[in-house]
Design a binder for this molecule. Sequence first.
Ligand SMILES: Nc1ncnc2c1ncn2[C@@H]1O[C@H](COP(=O)(O)OP(=O)(O)OP(=O)(O)O)[C@@H](O)[C@H]1O
Ligand SMILES: [Mg+2]
Length: 256
Amino acid sequence: MDSPSVATANVEAPVQEPRNVKGGAEGEVHLAGVTRSFGAVRALEGIDLDVRAGERVAVVGPSGCGKTTLLELVCGLQQPDAGTVSSSPAVLMPQRDGLLPWLRAIDNAALAARLAGASRDEARARAHPLFAAFGLEGFERARPHELSGGMRQRVAFLRTLLSGKPVLCLDEPFGALDALTRHEMQEWLAQALAREPRTVLFVTHDVEEAARVADRVLVMSPRPGRITAELAVPPSRTPDELLSVRERALEALRSC
Ligand SMILES: Nc1ncnc2c1ncn2[C@@H]1O[C@H](COP(=O)(O)OP(=O)(O)OP(=O)(O)O)[C@@H](O)[C@H]1O
Ligand SMILES: [Mg+2]
């Protein structure tokens, strides 16, 4: 319950949910010396990472090297065995879209608002304008099985965005899509983030995708996952620059 002093402050300005529940400044993510094991399986070792507010960081690495574990640590869904994770509130878009098949697209997108206590109409009203903005107009009432793979991913992304958290952790958001749709979705994501800037941690197996979407690409070693290379993507993103990032990322992956 609000204390009297908070209630008084409320008259001047609405009380905000604490934004930095785990100590990171707004939109920032910091990991220091993070290790995570599952029984005898050491998934992550010695992870140091600082992400600036608004930065887009892609993580590439072989299957099983701890990428999902890393995102779950940032979102507070797991705790490290050693080291510290401090992050502004973060939300996970899981490796599979995770849409609830019995809910309409708009109710899937509005799920976070519903879980936070909004009525169905309020939650829908918040989600509705984004459907048009993100190329889903007319599909608000469709169920997930009536949507294409790319559209499902967009609804899942909207759901992630509508959680209102400043940090988005996207786990292979386009992994299940064909190459053409994937390419369209990469451009769509860049436009979506231009409209709704957020800090993004983005896992992918595709180094080209990493270079196209991110400001910085992290390369991880096979398990136990460590960060073995960090590649800055020049903001100009000329074809030659993207090719160079791709080649260096592949080289780093090969030499792990
Ligand atoms: N809840 C868990 N219980 C036991 N082991 C786990 C659990 N979660 C992950 N692991 C193990 O930790 C390691 C890293 O798993 P993680 O899912 O983070 O890898 P990943 O890099 O995301 O792989 P992929 O690219 O295939 O999605 C794997 O060996 C996995 O078996
Ligand atoms: Mg994974």
